[in-house]
Design a protein around this ligand. Structure first.
Ligand code: UD1
Length: 492
């Protein structure tokens, strides 16, 4: 297993290109199960998740072949397999995207339930509700969804749930509706750009989907779908992560291949925080732009809520929290899509942030400086947040379990290093932990612990607002009888 050793403190500087979208590419790859001919996808990122899905599709009779550029060619050579095995599905939740295509094209699908994960429960009841509405017979046995339908029939489907609609669920129902008899309408469909991209691929294959990008979709079923060629949209989550990388290090970064239309909520929030970003369209009428993050000394606190699109994406909530941990004041970060997605809080605190959780929100009390520490990634976007915070921190950090990061970011450390970061990928072992992070008793630990406690100012709720109260010096812990009076002053 690998880990990162990050030497923080340098502002990033330079140009970086955003890759194709992981969350668009995965369901789109699964849609190739329905095509009577090759599907050629351009700008497919080279990620562990993409390889995992290609492997799963391989067990379902699809041959995938990488081409010289970032293209991927997928072709069905055996249309009989119908079982998506637990061993592969458990590695990646997006594997559930094979359910709709298998059912629609092969009449039966046996797909392992993906299970929960570190960001929440993640049920698939809405996927199953939608497929049932189209006439599928569905039962759960021994941890597998078994779905059968001799012929799917168009129907009216409502896909709203307690936390909004469902992204991959909308893709599954779209796939089934594309090959159903008659017309399907989906109400409260997910409006995420990745769902619209999925619909565009289906239309390129001969489907008839209208209303893409809106919560109301109309699908006229067709008899068969052909092969197609498709350009995957740029990854809006990676774009946001790179913009925040520039901002959090007070650097100057030019981010290329961005669909600004997909990033309105992110850009609006960065503007609230005081980040200045120049935008230039790549060519007249193009949907791609180049964004220029200018150095910003003072970050302002804000309140932000992760919401379904077009709101702020839950997939950038952790990265925003890292950024706000350096803002001058108190911010509130809420997640209304995955209300338990806060595993990164404790790790950001290890890096010197002052954050505490209250229900589905985290209260972030900005600090002047973050400091290096050993931390552990809990999921894909949490690991990105830790990389951002570690790059902004003084000194060295170790980030463990970076396999989460590799699932969703292509060569992130190489690309950040090209911008001036100092991130080394090394084997996860005690010897590779830098000496600065291997504390010995008692002198060094006393000093470090004192400054950490100093950063933990008390936050109180007064008249409905969160206010910071500096911890009185007398309340600071004394360790080994020294260091308590040396206030290293990391609070503001
Ligand atoms: C997709 C993204 C993921 C992103 C998420 C929300 C992919 C491969 N992954 O995941 O990166 O964080 O959208 O934008 O595209 N829910 C139900 N019942 C269901 C399905 C979902 O209650 O049947 C709930 C979920 O628990 C969650 C919310 O709805 O609270 C949104 O989930 P969903 O849009 O389905 O997420 P995914 O498609 O799994």
């Amino acid at each position: 297993m690998d880990m990162f050793v990050v030497r923080g403190g340098q502002p990033l500087n330079g140009r970086v290109r955003v890759s194709g979208s992981k969350n668009a590419a995965l369901p789109i790859m699964a849609a190739s199960l329905m095509a009577d001919g090759p599907v050629i996808l351009h700008d497919v990122p080279r990620l562990v998740d993409v390889r995992t899905l290609a492997q799963l599709l391989g067990t379902l009779g699809v041959v995938s072949e990488r081409q010289a550029d970032d293209s991927l060619r997928l072709e069905v050579i055996d249309a009989t397999p119908i079982v998506a095995d637990y061993e592969l599905v458990r590695q990646m939740r997006a594997s559930i995207c094979v359910l709709g295509p298998l059912l629609a094209r092969r009449g039966k699908a046996i797909v392992s339930l993906p299970g929960g994960c570190n960001i929440g429960d993640r049920p698939i009841d809405l996927h199953l509700k939608g497929l049932s509405a189209l006439g599928a017979d569905i039962r759960i046995e021994r941890g597998y969804v078994i779905a059968t339908a001799k012929r799917l029939r168009g129907s009216r489907v409502f896909l709203g749930g307690s936390f909004g609609s469902t992204v991959t669920g909308t893709c599954n129902v779209l796939a089934a509706a594309a090959l159903a008899d008659g017309v399907t309408t989906i109400e409260s469909a997910a409006c995420e750009p990745e769902v619209a991209d999925y619909g565009r691929l289906l239309n390129a294959m001969g489907a008839r989907v209208e209303g893409l990008g809106t919560p109301f979709l109309r699908i006229e079923g067709v008899q068969s779908l052909s092969g197609a060629e498709h350009d995957v949209i740029p990854d809006r989550i990676e774009a946001a992560t790179l913009l925040i990388a520039g901002a959090i290090t007070r650097g100057e970064v030019v981010v290329e291949n961005v669909c600004t239309a997909h990033l309105s909520a992110v850009l609006d929030k960065l503007n609230d925080v005081g980040i200045r970003i120049g935008i230039s369209e790549d060519s007249a009428g193009s949907d791609r732009s180049t964004l220029h993050v200018l150095p910003t000394a003072d970050l302002k606190p804000t309140e932000c809520s992760a919401l379904p699109y077009p709101g702020l994406p839950t997939d950038v909530q952790a990265q925003f929290m890292a950024l706000l941990s350096r803002a001058d004041g108190i911010s509130v970060v809420t997640d209304k899509v995955f209300p338990d997605r806060f595993m990164h809080v404790a790790e950001l605190v290890r890096l010197g942030a002052t954050i505490h959780r209250e229900g589905q929100s985290a209260i972030v009390n900005g600090v002047d400086r973050l400091h290096g520490a050993c931390v552990m990634a809990s999921d894909l976007r949490a690991s990105a947040a830790l990389v951002l915070a570690a790059m902004a921190a003084d000194g060295e950090s170790v980030i463990r379990r970076i396999y989460h990061l590799d699932r969703g970011y292509e060569r992130l450390e190489e690309r950040l290093n090209a911008l001036g970061a100092d991130i080394q990928r090394v084997e996860d072992s005690a010897e590779n932990v830098p000496a600065s992070l291997r504390l010995t008793q008692p002198a060094e630990s006393a000093g470090l612990l004192t400054s950490t406690f100093n950063s933990a100012a008390i936050i109180k709720l007064e008249n409905g607002r969160h206010v910071r109260v500096d911890r009185p010096e007398s309340a600071l812990p004394t360790i080994g009888g020294s260091g308590s009076s040396a206030n290293h002053g990391v609070t503001r």
